[in-house]
Design a protein around this ligand. Sequence first.
Ligand SMILES: [Zn+2]
Length: 260
Amino acid sequence: MRIEAVSAFRDNYIWTIRPSKQTDGQTNGCIVVDPGDAEPVLAWLQKNECQLNAILITHHHWDHTNGIDELVAKYACPVYGPVSDKIPAITHPVKGGDELTLLGGALQLNVIECPGHTLDHIAYINAQYMFVGDTLFAAGCGRMFEGEAEQFYQSLQKLTAQPADCQVYCAHEYTAANLAFAAAVEPDNLAIQERQAQVAALRQQNLPTIPSELAVEFATNPFLRCHLPSVTAAAEKRAGQRLNSAAEVFAVIRAWKDNY
Ligand SMILES: [Zn+2]
């Protein structure tokens, strides 16, 4: 697959997915994930001579959904998304365990329910790539608007039970700020420092820092490291008390990040 970012708003990425090669006679089919704005997507489709085959939605927030109506008006394509009365444009509601076959069979994605950022949040996953919306970010995770810490923590466990080379496609360019916080939690973690340098170099050229590899997230993302002594110690210091589970550590560093 060819997966490209379309930038929207200040720091959103709308992901486009299409086969790496079009065989003769095929339409140039393409999928978009979380089109919060139709305009940049329409421009991208035109420039790349692609037809929109389907829209995938991860959760109900406006910056992931506001472009749906205009795109459907032009392409009349199916809209997959969570079972949610907050997203009336969804034509194909999906739930955890569902398997989607897209792009004429070229792409298979599994649906995983991952509440935490919102209660309706889902992700689209296979062994090679995952489209995780605002649940897992590069070096961070989404704000906990609707869910609870234990639930969010379990959602992250589900998402990260993929091969270590699986590529994580999240919906925002937050990596540099996330790494600054990660370094505050683990000042001695050299992998975080190395990643900060790589990310700074990419951002200087205005390049996306997404996707990232799951293995890199395990090494540098504090929200995936809550079971480790270094992150636990930092969270206990912050909380001023002993914490008895990785989910409790997660709750403390999630709240810490909100005020960082
Ligand atoms: Zn969101």
